[in-house]
Write a protein that binds this ligand. Structure first.
Ligand code: DGY
Length: 324
């Protein structure tokens, strides 16, 4: 009998065709498995789970999934999955590193341009019929050349953003648990900061590219926002809870910082009402990896991890398994 694979949301057809050749797909609708109860019900007969970053794969879910052998997240970030609980039950967990790096690097650069040059604010002005001709003092923004981009979390996506920012003439500074190898640092001419507070104090743009963990929860809080220069911008394409959203809304309102480009939110899909109103925030609905090419590649990588586990391959043969 074919193994059963629960796919929590509609994903690219090519991925479903690929998975169908191996298992029987239980296909979810948009948001159908976004609660623990619905997910537990859906997992009663499933051998594998292909889930989204919005799927709450908690300890309770894992303990109530009698046949589950593998969980593959349709994302690189996997803070929605209790990996320890899965490993305790011998369930393998995979994510999708590498395949979305370039799409996210492009997106971060675009978001930086949009917020520093007021794209959305100016577009709204035009659409509202307020454009009455070229204005010498209209919508002035910050030029990027010579400014410092401070990146917290210099992994694959942080580095791809840094390469693009270098091409725009920005200087690169970063904070990581450990400094990067010399060849990478030299290629980016990047300066390492042991203290993320010092980086926040000095950067013209502070970008969050770290995973969400206990250690990074509310990493950007009221104190950090206070020490950032008032001309500085915050970019967040990592996870919403890395930022204290209420503190950020206040900082934007009071002009403590110049603006913020946000693709992620603390309580997705909810967005703090003051951020919705903030003219100096460019806010987007978690679309950093949203290209046709990348979403298909994410799906194929997740699907291949499922097929490999169900075929009995060893961990060392499955490159995107999360270990440890
Ligand atoms: C991921 O894959 O974790 C990202 O949030 C996609 O934007």
């Amino acid at each position: 009998m074919k193994p059963k694979i629960l796919v929590t949301e509609p994903i690219p057809d090519k991925v479903i065709t690929h998975l169908s050749s191996f298992g029987k797909i239980i296909q979810g609708e948009r948001g159908e498995y976004n609660t623990e109860e619905d997910l537990i019900a859906g997992l009663q007969h499933a051998d594998a789970l292909l889930c989204m970053l919005s799927t709450p794969v908690s300890r309770k879910v894992i303990e109530n999934a009698p046949k589950l052998k593998v969980i593959a997240n349709f994302a690189v970030g996997y803070d929605n999955i209790d990996v320890n609980a899965a490993h305790e039950k011998g369930i393998r967990v995979a994510n999708t590193p590498d395949v979305l790096t370039e799409a996210c690097g492009d997106f971060a650069m675009g978001l930086l341009m949009a917020v520093t040059r007021k794209f959305n604010e100016a577009e709204q002005y035009l659409r509202e019929g307020k454009f009455k001709g070229w204005e010498p003092l209209g919508f002035l923004g910050m030029e990027l050349r010579g400014k410092t981009l401070g990146i917290i979390g210099m992994g694959r996506i942080g580095q791809s953003f840094a390469h693009r920012a270098r091409a725009f003439g920005m200087n690169i500074a970063y904070h990581n648990r450990n400094p990067l190898p010399d060849d990478i640092t030299h290629a980016l001419d990047a300066v390492y900061y042991t203290d993320h507070r010092q980086l926040a104090r000095e950067a013209d743009v502070l970008s969050l590219n770290c995973p969400l963990t206990e250690g990074t929860h509310h990493l950007v809080d009221e104190d950090i926002l206070k020490i950032m220069p008032d001309h500085a911008y915050l970019i967040n394409i990592s996870r919403g809870p890395v930022v204290d959203e209420a503190a950020l809304a206040r900082a934007l309102k009071e002009g403590q910082i110049a603006g913020a480009g946000l693709d992620v939110f603390e309580e997705e899909p909810e967005v703090h009402p003051e951020l919705i109103q903030a003219p100096n925030a460019t806010i987007l609905p978690h679309i950093a990896s949203a290209t046709f090419e990348t979403r298909e590649a994410i799906g194929m990588l997740a699907a291949n991890a499922i097929i490999s586990v169900l075929k009995g391959k060893k961990d060392s043969e499955i490159p995107n398994l999360i270990t440890g």
